[in-house]
Write a protein that binds this ligand. Structure first.
Ligand code: NAP
Length: 470
């Protein structure tokens, strides 16, 4: 595919391959943007921002509504592209496509709700006769830098609110999954987005992403990806707004009164979806000692039963990881944990990019597979002797994106909600749960700022204060 720069689809002088992670076959190629092409994209986006800030909210709403309709019409194609380039099973690709349309629909609705407030200025002395209010105005050019694991929905979580707020957008998708992002640009243009208001450049984060983030013409960076890259972007961004949606090693506490059938359902659903490559995957199950052995025994057959293989086959439940190198990394973390005393209950075998879903028990918090973000199909189970110990273990992490607890005890649930340092709290489900309008974002090194169109719009607009003197 071509990339879209300053209102034109361009081939680029150099290309990179996009491969299907299951068999390494080439799905397509995309350009590697040069420094001059990135510069042109930013210059075009500045012109686009001037167009967008003049566009009335109702027009922005109509364009985003039309985008939603077109996405529904193309959902089969979008789902298939996601699955081919990312490796998630087709059912998950199709679900992402339909969810992404909802993200655009919610963004459309929010376009009409942007407002300032009247300030009660006469509450201060010497203000007789004056009137004051705030205006919310767009930031200008929003850079949207997205990861591979939700290659369409996370694009929509940035592009939708940015356009709804009256900004232009420069999109830099992950190099493993640029195709669905480029298809999305086609849809946006067909829906009526002014061509200068959306650009999409492809190429490596280290070069293209870095050049975008350090450019002062970019007024807002909306980044989703790893904590390491997020930190690097913050260091080079200079004075501009940033939203950081970063990683996690999400905990799930299981209390002694939990319904173990539900815990098993939730752990399997939230630990292995997209081969564990979800920022809020269940990674650390912290089970109270009374139920620890029963839980591990109940999980084992359910994890063993997960069918792995080609993501495009209907029978497959867990597809390949995005790159074989990541599968090698996950296998080596499993081996390291076993060498340090963890028990591999099942799974862990690797065939190219496919890792058999792994369940590990007796995992110590200091093991890499527990304290770092595994981002693969491996769930660790550790024992806790009390709710105090379980909460301390849950918080023993540099991350704080999502956390879950299973309990029938309202006091334990409320304590968990209050004391666990996490941006999302799930009671009687695993950490991996989200609907796209809710505020979503992490604490600690899981990031800063919130997504969810209404909340993202707050971060993609600036406040002006107006005082009328008489
Ligand atoms: P990543 O390696 O951090 O890459 C994310 C994006 O940043 C890609 O487009 C990448 O481009 C680009 N990039 C890399 N280096 C850059 C630099 N120096 N400057 C600017 N951009 C740069 O993350 P990933 O492997 O794609 O995604 C997995 C991570 O995302 C996990 O940590 C996961 O938890 C996190 N995530 C978080 C959320 C959330 O909402 N909190 C949601 C999904 C994923 P290239 O692809 O070209 O390297």
């Amino acid at each position: 595919m071509k990339m879209f720069v300053r209102g034109a689809w361009i081939e680029g002088s150099e290309q990179m391959e996009v491969v299907n992670p299951f068999d390494g076959s080439v799905v397509d190629t995309v350009p590697v943007a040069t420094a001059a092409e990135v510069d042109a994209a930013i210059a075009g986006a500045v012109e686009g921002a001037a167009i967008m800030r003049e566009m009335p909210a109702y027009e922005r709403y109509e364009i985003l509504q039309k985008t939603t309709q077109l996405m529904h019409q193309h959902s089969e194609e979008l789902g298939r592209i996601i699955s081919m380039e990312e490796g998630k099973v087709l059912a998950e690709g199709l679900f992402e496509a339909s969810r992404s349309a909802t993200t655009m629909e919610v963004s459309a609705e929010e376009a009409k709700r942007l407002s300032g407030e009247v300030l009660p200025i006469d509450g201060a002395p010497g203000t007789r006769g004056k009137l004051a209010f705030t205006l919310r105005v767009p930031c200008g050019v929003v850079a949207a830098i997205t990861p591979f694991n939700f290659p369409l929905n996370l694009v929509c979580h940035k592009v939708g609110p940015a356009l709804a707020a009256g900004n232009s957008v420069l999109l830099k998708p992950a190099s493993d999954t640029p195709l669905v992002a480029l298809k999305m640009v086609e849809i946006l243009l067909e829906a009526g987005v002014p061509p200068l208001a959306i650009s999409c450049v492809t190429g490596s984060g280290g070069h293209v992403g870095q050049a975008i983030c350090s450019d002062p013409r970019i007024r807002k960076i909306s980044f989703t990806g790893s904590a390491e890259v997020g930190e690097q972007i913050c260091r080079t961004a200079g004075i501009k707004r940033v939203t950081m949606e970063l990683g996690s090693n999400s905990p799930l506490i299981v209390m002694g009164d939990a319904d173990l059938n539900k815990v098993v359902d939730a752990t399997v659903a939230t630990g292995y979806a997209n081969a564990g490559q979800v920022c809020i995957s269940t990674q650390r199950v912290l089970a109270i000692s009374d139920v620890y052995d029963d839980l591990v025994a109940a999980l084992q057959p359910r994890v063993e039963a997960l069918q792995t293989g080609n993501q495009l086959m209907e029978s497959t439940q867990v597809g390949p990881m995005v790159r074989e190198g990541d599968a090698v990394r996950v296998s080596s973390w499993i081996e390291e944990a076993v060498s340090q005393g963890a028990r591999l209950v099942c799974g862990g075998q690797r065939d190219a990019a496919v890792v058999q879903p792994a369940l590990l028990a007796d995992v110590a918090p200091s093991m890499k597979i527990s304290c770092d973000e595994v981002f693969g199909p491996a769930v660790c189970v550790s024992k806790a002797h009390s709710i105090d110990e379980a909460i301390a273990l849950a918080n023993d992490s540099r991350y704080g994106l999502s956390a879950g607890v299973f309990t029938q005890d309202i006091d334990a649930a409320v304590r968990f909600a209050r004391e666990v340092d996490s941006g999302n709290i799930q009671i009687n489900w695993g950490p991996q749960w989200r609907v796209d309008f809710m505020p979503y974002g992490g604490l600690k090194q899981s990031g800063m700022g919130k997504e969810g169109p209404r909340y993202a719009i707050q971060e993609m607009t600036e406040t002006k204060t107006v005082v009328i003197h008489s």
